[in-house]
Write a protein that binds this ligand. Structure first.
Ligand code: ADP
Ligand code: MG
Length: 285
C-alpha cells in the first residue's frame, strides 16, 4: 500500500477488558492496578520520503491484556510485520508510543532497548532465523547466556524447553538436520528462554505443512494455558481461530477487533459489517 498526504488516523481499539482507564502514558499508574502487557498509542511508522511516503502503520491504538492470545490478520502489505516489530522494539515509531509491561519503550536508547528485547520479548519468525552453526540446544541457550545466565543454568533451561516442545531427542542436531516444523519448535523454545513478558510471532506457520502447523498450534495452546501473552501475525484462518482475539489490519490501521469464543465464532468490537470469523477473514471485499 502506498498513500500520500493527507493522512487518516486509525481507529481506536482499546481493550474492553482494561479496567484501568486512568493508567496510561499521559498519567501515572496507580499502585496495584495492572495495565495491559502491551499498549500502543497513536502508533505510526512512515517509510520513505516526499512523494513515496508509506504509512505502514497509521495511528494504531491497541491494548493487549496480560495472558491474551491475539492474532493480527490482514492482506499482504497492510502493516502487520511493521506493527509487530514496533511492539517488540525491533523498530521505532515515527510517532506514537509503545508500552511493554507498564514501561514506555519507544524512546529508550539502543542498549536499553536491546536489553529489554532480550529479557522481555520472545520473537518467532516465519523463516525461523536459527543460527545454522549451532545445535538446537545451543540456539535455545543463547538468549539466556546473552541475558547473563550461567552456562549451566542456560543448559538446564534449554533442556527443559526442548523437552517441552517435544525435541529432547534432537538437542544436538543442527537446524539443517531438522524439519521445518522441528526448526520452528526450536525457535519457539528459544523465544521462551528468558520467560518473556510477550511472545511475538510473525507468520509462525507460514512455511509449515498442516501437521507441523498443528504442532505449533498445540504449543501455542499450552503457552496460552500457562498465561503467556502472545501476539501472532497470520494469514491462516485456522491459526487465527485459535486466538482469544483477532484484530484485522487494513492500510496500516486496525479495521476490526473480534473476541473469539473458542470455536471460531466471534463477538465483534470494531467497525464494519458482517459477523464472526468468516466475515472477518474475508479481506478483499
Ligand atoms: P505485512 O507484514 O502486512 O505484509 P509490512 O509491515 O511488511 O506488511 O509492510 C507494510 C508496508 O510498509 C508495505 O507497503 C511495505 O512495502 C512497506 N514497508 C515495509 N518495510 C519497509 C521498509 N523497510 N522500507 C520501506 N517500506 C517498507
Ligand atoms: Mg509481514
Amino acid at each position: 500500500m502506498k498513500r500520500v498526504v493527507p493522512r487518516v488516523t486509525g481507529r481506536s481499539l482499546h481493550s474492553d477488558t482494561d479496567e484501568s482507564p486512568g493508567w496510561g502514558p499521559a498519567g501515572h499508574r496507580p499502585a496495584g492496578v495492572a495495565g495491559p502487557a502491551l499498549r500502543a498509542v497513536g502508533l505510526t511508522r512512515v517509510y520513505g520520503e516526499d512523494e513515496s511516503l508509506v504509512w505502514a502503520v497509521d495511528g494504531v491504538d491497541l491494548d493487549v491484556p496480560a495472558g491474551q492470545t491475539l492474532a493480527v490478520t490482514g492482506p499482504s502489505g497492510c502493516g502487520k510485520s511493521t506493527l509487530l516489530q514496533l511492539l517488540g522494539g525491533l523498530d521505532r515509531p515515527t510517532e506514537g508510543e509503545v508500552w511493554l509491561g507498564g514501561r514506555r519503550i519507544d524512546h529508550l536508547g539502543e542498549r536499553a532497548l536491546a536489553r529489554l528485547r532480550r529479557r522481555s520479548v520472545g520473537f518467532v519468525f516465519q523463516a525461523y532465523h536459527l543460527m545454522h552453526e549451532l545445535s538446537a540446544a545451543q540456539n535455545v541457550e543463547l538468549p539466556a547466556l546473552l541475558a547473563g545466565a550461567s552456562p549451566r543454568a542456560a543448559r538446564r533451561r534449554a533442556a527443559e524447553l526442548l523437552q517441552q516442545v517435544g525435541l529432547a531427542g534432537r538437542a544436538r542436531h543442527l537446524p539443517s538436520e531438522l524439519s521445518g516444523g522441528q526448526r520452528q519448535r526450536v525457535a519457539v523454545a528459544r523465544a521462551l528462554a528468558n520467560d518473556p513478558l510477550v511472545v511475538l510471532a510473525d507468520e509462525p506457520t507460514g512455511n509449515l505443512d498442516s501437521a507441523a502447523t498443528r504442532d505449533i498450534l498445540r504449543l501455542f495452546d499450552e503457552l496460552r494455558a500457562a498465561g503467556q501473552t502472545l501476539v501472532m501475525v497470520t494469514h491462516d484462518e485456522r491459526v487465527a481461530a485459535t486466538a482469544d482475539r483477532v484484530v484485522s489490519m487494513r492500510d496500516g490501521t486496525l479495521a476490526d477487533d473480534t473476541r473469539l469464543d473458542g470455536d471460531g465464532r466471534g463477538t465483534r468490537h470494531g467497525h464494519g459489517g458482517g459477523t464472526g470469523l468468516g466475515a472477518l477473514l474475508r479481506w478483499e471485499d
